[in-house]
Design a protein around this ligand. Structure first.
Ligand code: ZN
Length: 426
């Protein structure tokens, strides 16, 4: 496995939930000398960086305070969540000798890809701690459940008429045999966390593909993994931020990791929520700046909204605009959409292209077919919420929103190098 693919594979495997993603990112940042700021504390001098602050599945980090409170920022934004199955509050279900776990689909998952896959459980628990509550990460590591597909003998037309799934009925995983037992799921979660079941008050826990990421292909040219969307970009952004410490550039490097992109970002810590803007405001204030200083900083800043893109599919080439087919292994893509489903402007695109060129990284251009609805990213929300010039960029992948996605190993390195060059651009 290439060194970069190896590193991103390890990152994805260690980040089965948004909470794990920010936990691993925090550990990497602490190791690189970044100070962790208390999300409810005063920041003062520590805000001059390198520093970071996190809240649940979201995190904001920056390298320094060059230019003072009005100094421009180069922000890389990526999301920590991925489509999947989330465990419901009353989860004990089952019948006919099967014990099951009640789930709800999170985001725009490709449902069929979750069938017949060994599922690992991961997330965080809210645990009673004296009179307060603490958040405790849980991860089963091994597979504990599966959504079994109906045998072909019981669904003869499935291959030719298409697979139809009702998310209420057909996506409920099995995880044991025997009678349904009240408190079964809670007991397993408590056991994973090492706490008494009675102390588990609530959870944000889901199922993910248990299979570890792997390089595959005749010449090992693909990385196959769940959550490449968007942990590949989270990893590349994190790597670029750490590499930017102490490097001379015109702007302060900032990393914004946000949860809930796959469900629209309208949450406290999502890209459309207030938290990210509040963090940048508190940082500016801690540096002695006024509100005008912050607004001056944002007016001179650029955001790289980092999310994966659609590589051209060899079996479905007609699904892509013929002049904007992204070649796997051909380098990162700048994504354009006239109706602002992507936030890229000419100026934002130019900032990325110039940086990539300086690093010898080829850049591709993506534009969606006019007769298909286009997806979106945190780009438009960041541009609108912060008033910041934005460019939407990502590595081309196949099988987006499948339980297991596919990227060219070559694109992992090209993405990392382009992010590094952009965030430290003169
Ligand atoms: Zn995404």
């Amino acid at each position: 496995m290439s060194h970069d693919a190896d590193r991103v594979a390890a990152f994805i495997d260690a980040a089965p939930s948004p909470f794990h993603a920010t936990d691993v990112a925090a550990a990497t940042l602490r190791w690189a000398g970044f100070a962790e700021l208390d999300v409810v504390g005063r920041w003062d001098d520590a805000a001059s960086g390198p520093a970071f602050v996190r809240r649940d599945g979201s995190l904001v980090a920056w390298t320094d305070a060059r230019g003072g409170p009005a100094g421009p920022l180069r922000i890389i934004g990526a999301h920590t969540d991925a489509p999947g199955l989330r465990i419901r509050p009353n989860p004990d279900r089952g019948r006919l000798g099967w014990r099951q776990v009640a789930v709800e689909v999170y985001g725009g998952a490709l449902w069929n890809s979750w069938l017949d896959r060994d599922l690992r459980l991961a997330g965080r628990l809210a645990v009673a701690d004296g009179t307060g509550t603490t958040s405790v990460l849980v991860d089963s590591v091994r597979a504990v459940a599966r959504v079994p597909q109906l045998a072909i003998h019981l669904d003869r037309d499935v291959n030719t008429s298409g697979l139809r799934l009702d998310p209420q009925q057909h996506l409920t995983p099995v995880w044991g045999l025997g009678e349904v037992r009240d408190g079964d799921v809670r007991a397993v979660l408590a056991d994973l966390a090492g706490v008494p079941a009675s102390s588990v008050l609530a959870w944000d826990v889901g199922f993910v593909d248990a299979q570890a990421p792997a390089t595959i292909g005749a010449d090992a040219s693909f990385l196959s993994a769940g959550r490449l969307d968007d942990l590949l970009c989270v990893w590349a952004g994190l790597d670029a931020l750490v590499a930017a410490v102490g490097v001379t550039g015109s702007s302060t490097a900032v990393l914004v990791l946000v949860d809930h992109e796959e469900v629209g970002s309208e949450t406290a810590t999502g890209a459309a929520g207030a938290w990210v803007g509040q963090v940048l405001e508190r940082r500016s204030e801690a540096l002695g700046g006024t509100r005008t200083d912050l607004l001056r900083a944002l007016a001179g800043s650029v955001c790289l909204s980092a999310d994966v893109a659609h590589a051209v599919h060899p079996n479905h080439p007609e699904r892509h605009d013929p002049d904007h087919q992204l070649i796997a292994g051909g380098g990162p893509a700048v994504k354009f959409n006239a109706n602002a489903r992507y936030a890229t402007t000419a100026v934002g695109a130019a900032s990325f292209s110039r940086a990539a060129e300086s690093a010898g990284v080829p850049v591709q251009h993506y534009s969606h077919r006019a007769d298909l609805p286009c997806g979106s990213t945190i780009g438009p929300l960041t541009a609108a919420g912060l008033g910041v010039e934005t460019v939407d960029v990502g590595a081309p992948i196949l099988s987006m929103h499948s339980a297991r996605e596919l990227v060219a190993v070559a694109d992992v390195e090209l993405l990392r190098r382009s992010f590094q060059a952009w965030v430290t651009a003169p």
